[in-house]
Design a protein around this ligand. Structure first.
Ligand code: F6R
Length: 244
């Protein structure tokens, strides 16, 4: 495990983007597992900048995302598809056909999960999986539980999460379910980059990296991955020991 503590959010974002850019230099047809949320936004901006400056080429890249809400169209501003399109894909030379997100509008729940799992198999091993961590230690939508969910699973969001999300949904239609890669799916990537920012994540990050490996802190399992890179900004990582 490598642990890198950077000065601030911008340098955390740059460090993560640099790993991706090096990966694309070595293997232009890399497969990237991507995440949404506020943490990776700066990283996507760095990747877009590299593309604009002519130092990055995404034309052969394939991507697959970690999770998606169920019941939201890809054009809904809170869908993860919309996030990915507007914050990254629309700004670089990637073909939308090469960017997979589970279909949140499919009516048959079993089909959503089956199609997603099949796609993960078909697309093959992700060269890099980008992750953020939730305040409770979740990765993807894998919330603290009594056991690890191995494969793609449909999650009933907790009342707490629904209430927290309601501020983003002016029409009141807050999704109650989401679909996520399972823990085994996440762990099957060749390399995992966990990016973490802000003092609110400091405690849970310490727990995930130095506490017991337990499904009560889903991110703790990442320590068993042979090629994990944690990049935390100073606020999140000030109590960590750097390992390079
Ligand atoms: C996003 C995802 C989530 C986030 C996590 C942190 O696709 O799967 O697990 O990575 O909730 O979110 P932020 O970055 O908003 O703090």
């Amino acid at each position: 495990m490598e642990i890198i503590v950077t000065e601030d959010y911008e340098s955390m974002s740059r460090s993560a983007a640099e790993i991706i850019l090096r990966q694309l230099k070595d293997k232009p047809d890399s497969i990237l597992g991507l995440a949404t949320g506020s943490t990776p936004e700066g990283m996507y901006r760095c990747l877009i900048k590299a593309y604009e400056e002519g130092t990055a080429d995404f034309s052969k890249v394939q991507t697959v995302n970690l999770d998606e809400y169920i019941g939201l169209k890809g054009t809904h501003p809170q869908s993860f598809r919309y996030y990915m399109d507007t914050k990254f894909f629309d700004w670089v030379n990637i073909s939308k056909k090469s960017t997979y997100m589970p279909d949140g509008m499919e009516l048959c729940i079993d089909k959503i999960a089956d199609d997603y799992e099949k796609k993960l198999e078909e697309i093959g091993k992700r060269d890099i999986q980008i992750l953020g961590i939730g305040g409770n230690g979740h990765i993807g939508f894998n919330e603290p539980a009594d056991s690890f969910a191995e494969y793609v699973n449909v999650v009933e969001l907790t009342e707490e999460t629904i209430a927290a999300n309601s501020r983003f949904f002016s029409d009141g239609n807050v999704p109650k379910r989401a679909v996520t890669m399972g823990i085994k799916d996440i762990m099957s990537a060749e390399r995992i980059i966990l990016i973490v920012s802000g003092s609110s994540k400091r405690g849970i990050l310490k727990k995930a990296l130095y506490g017991g490996i337990t499904p009560k802190v889903p991110a703790s399992i990442l320590r068993l991955h042979p090629n994990l890179v944690v990049i935390a900004d100073r606020e999140a990582g000030e109590e960590l020991e750097e390992v390079r």
